[in-house]
Each structure stands twice: as C-alpha cells, then as structure tokens.
Ligand binder design. Structure first.
Ligand SMILES: [Zn+2]
Length: 101
C-alpha cells in the first residue's frame, strides 16, 4: 500500500476557512473605503500555514498615482490587515493600473 499524506499536514499551505477569508476581505474593503485614492481590492486569496495566514490580493490604483504613494498605500494596507486580523503573517499586494484585469 502506498503511503498517502493527508493534505494540510504541518507546514503545508492550505486554503483558509471561508470565515478567515471573509474577515480578511472585510478588513481590506474597510481600509479601501477610508482612502481618498479609493483603491479597488480584488482576487483576495488567503492560505493557512499552521496557525497563521498568508494573504495575497490585487489592488487597482489610479494611473496617476506615484510609485512612492502606491508603495505607502500598500504598506499601510498590510499594516491595517495585520492589526485587524491578528494571525496574518505574510501579505503580498499586487498593484495594478486601472486597465488591468
Ligand atoms: Zn487583478
């Protein structure tokens, strides 16, 4: 009999529970609503590794926004998420121009 490891054993990344996904999504949307630049957050993915969460998302920003401003915005977005959802470890935010899908 071949030995088959069940998915999601220690260290492996597995898709987080829907509740965790919703919590992350809500935190992002709350942050986005408070920004004058109105970033549009989509494609939010939450993976669970042990007890912590790894989050990635796309963030659409105005074409006129400078790199510095975009960097500052995504930095604050990551900080907000970590403060709002305690067990977030890694946050990767892909910045996109408005015409990207
Ligand atoms: Zn996108």
């Amino acid at each position: 009999m071949p030995h088959i490891e069940p998915a999601g054993e220690d260290g492996a990344q597995v898709r987080a529970a829907p509740a965790a996904n919703e919590e992350v999504e809500r935190a992002f949307q709350l942050f986005a609503r408070q920004q004058p630049a109105a970033p549009r957050v989509h494609d939010v993915q939450v993976q669970r590794t042990g007890g912590s969460l790894a989050v990635s998302c796309h963030c659409t920003l105005d074409a006129g926004m400078t790199i510095t401003a975009a960097h500052e915005l995504t930095r604050r977005m990551g900080a907000h998420l970590r403060a709002a959802v305690g067990r977030v470890d890694r946050v990767v935010i892909h910045v996109e121009p408005p015409d990207a899908k």
